[in-house]
Structures are given as structure tokens and as C-alpha cells.
Design a binder for this molecule. Structure first.
Ligand code: CP
Length: 323
């Protein structure tokens, strides 16, 4: 693996999953890989899990970390090329990224979309600018359109909960349903795009996306998934219910009001196959999902967040092992 920006960077998902499960079983067993190495983490946007799990992952590997909240901890960065920098920006991204990548062996970057110009966001202008300037491999800590470390952690979680062993077929495919859920703010499509992109490629999973009309994701990410619009019907007999809000892709960044309540409730979970509730977190309680679900045995959100460590550790391991 040369970088980790989407599932397209993974040659063999099953092999990567096998490595992750082995690393989780022996988390301090690969410290030679990280010895004298540094993982740099740049956040242009807030984070709890990605930031802390990446630090923990690097620590487990024996590597050092530094973290920069760009623009807050550092000089105010100028992103546009050709600008006369006589305003508030003190340093250009061109020098900043070249300098920061000189200070690490792997560079993790978080850049959210602006949700204004779909072309700009979906061309990953900001993320690609950082990637182009970095002298070391880049890891997405969530870009405008994708969150692959989250999706990989979700895959590890579902594999663990089903007892899936890489290379060995399950007796029956696992039914995974990603459902749109309400939210008071307009959110990016990065998590659902990424989840769809990964799970459409997992052959031991039967994958459905259920959403209100107008919330269809970019078809480049959903090819192979079953697309549904009736949440009650889709959740029946589900083994995993993956809830997430996202704003409209078609009417870019818009929120389309819904008459029906799409919140995941205890009653809805009772129609599943004793299904497990998943969410990437942070989650709005009693908006996206009811307390009764999050506080019940249905919920595996903490297992999922815990696996963010092993997702990141596996990716850092793969990128550092031959350096
Ligand atoms: N799931 C996730 O990426 O969480 P943070 O935004 O807190 O990093």
C-alpha cells in the first residue's frame, strides 16, 4: 500500500482484514515497524475518535506522533494559489505541507467539504493539494467525500461480531443495512459514501442502503448495493443496522424535510434479526437514534469506536513496514 485515501488503495480487503485481526490479537507485537518513525496528523476540522485512535495506534506500533490543528495551533494558512498575502493568512499551504511532511514518515490529514460547490468537494481539491505537496505517504483522516479509516473499522467490527474469518465463507451472507437518519444540521456524505464503497466490495455481505427520495448518494460509490426507500421493510431481518445522516448529493448539501420519522427506535430494532446497531459517532441521541437503542445490547458503537485503533494501526503498519 502506497497511501490510504479510499478502498481503491487496498489491493486485497480480505488480506488487510486478516492483518487487522492479527494486530488486534497482539497489539504491541509489531513495535519494530514503528521504531524511530513518526506519524504526523493534521486536522483542518474537529475530531475526537480519529485523533485519539490514531495517536493510540501509532503508540501501539512504537511510533511517535505529532498533531496539528491547522489554523488554530499554527499560523493562519492560505489555501489559494497566486494570492497576494497581505491579509490575515501568514503562511501558504505550499510551504506548510512540505515542512510538515519533512517532520514525519506518514502524514494523516482531515479536510471536510464546504458543501457549497459539489465539483470542488468531489474533486477533493483541498485533500489532493495536501497529498500533492507531501513527501511521505498520506492517510485520509476523512476527506470531503470519504472516510476510509472509519469504514475499515466498521468492517473489522462486523467481521468480529459475525465470526467471519478471512478466506473462509460464512454459511449465510450477513445482511447489512445502512439507513439514512435525521439530523438538525447538513452533514457531508463522506461516511456513507465510504461505507458504501467498502461494503459493496465485501462478498460475504448482502448490503442495502435505505434512504428517503432525494438522498441518493453518488452512484460511483453505491454500485452493487441494493437501494431501498422503505425503512421498515429494509430493516426486517437485518443483522447490522448502520445509521447515518447525510445531506443531499443531488441538491448538493441540502436537507429535504421528511414527514416520516427516520430515527432508529427500539421498536424498529425489534424487527431485525437481533441486529446490531452501528454509528460512527458522534451521534445525536433521540434524533438519529433513541436512547433505548444506544443503551441496550443492540448497540455496538463502542466496539466500533475501539476498532478505530486497529484500523489505523493496520494502515500505519502497512505504510511503515518497508520504510
Ligand atoms: N467517527 C469519527 O471520525 O469521529 P471523529 O469525528 O470524532 O474523529
Amino acid at each position: 500500500m502506497k497511501q490510504f485515501t479510499s478502498v481503491a488503495d487496498v489491493q486485497n480487503i480480505d488480506e488487510l482484514l486478516k492483518t487487522a485481526l492479527a494486530i488486534k490479537a497482539d497489539p504491541f507485537g509489531q513495535q519494530e515497524v514503528g521504531k524511530n518513525k513518526t506519524v504526523g496528523l493534521i486536522f483542518f476540522n474537529p475530531s475526537l475518535r480519529t485523533r485519539l485512535s490514531s495517536i493510540k495506534a501509532a503508540y501501539n506500533l512504537g511510533a511517535n506522533t505529532w498533531v496539528l490543528n491547522a489554523g488554530a495551533d499554527s499560523w493562519t494558512l492560505e489555501m489559494a494559489d497566486g494570492t497576494v498575502m497581505d491579509g490575515d493568512s501568514q503562511e501558504h499551504i505550499t510551504e506548510a505541507i512540505q515542512v510538515m511532511s519533512a517532520y514525519c514518515d506518514v502524514l494523516g490529514v482531515r479536510t471536510f467539504p464546504k458543501l457549497v460547490d459539489r465539483e470542488e468537494d468531489y474533486q477533493e481539491v483541498m485533500f489532493n493539494k495536501v497529498k500533492g505537496l507531501s513527501s511521505v505517504p498520506v492517510v485520509s483522516l476523512e476527506s470531503a467525500t470519504l472516510h476510509p479509516l472509519q469504514s475499515f473499522a466498521d468492517l473489522i467490527t462486523i467481521a468480529e461480531k459475525t465470526g467471519y474469518e478471512p478466506g473462509k465463507a460464512l454459511a449465510k451472507k450477513v445482511k447489512v443495512v445502512m439507513t439514512w437518519a435525521p439530523h438538525p444540521r447538513r452533514l457531508p456524505q463522506a461516511v456513507p459514501n465510504s461505507f458504501a464503497e467498502w461494503f459493496s466490495k465485501v462478498d460475504w455481505v448482502d448490503f442495502t442502503i435505505v434512504q428517503p427520495k432525494g438522498y441518493e448518494l453518488d452512484p460511483r460509490f453505491t454500485e452493487g448495493a441494493t437501494i431501498a426507500y422503505d425503512q421498515d421493510e429494509a430493516l426486517k431481518e437485518a443483522d447490522f443496522v448502520y445509521a447515518k445522516n447525510w445531506s443531499s448529493f443531488e441538491n448538493y448539501g441540502e436537507v429535504i424535510p421528511q414527514e416520516k420519522d427516520w430515527q432508529v427506535t427500539y421498536e424498529k430494532m425489534e424487527t431485525t434479526n437481533d441486529g446490531k446497531f452501528m454509528h460512527c459517532l458522534p451521534v445525536r441521541r433521540n434524533v438519529v437514534v433513541a436512547d433505548e437503542v444506544l443503551d441496550s445490547d443492540y448497540s455496538i458503537v463502542i466496539d466500533e469506536a475501539t476498532n478505530r485503533i486497529y484500523s489505523a494501526q493496520t494502515v500505519f503498519h502497512e505504510l511503515l513496514k518497508n520504510k
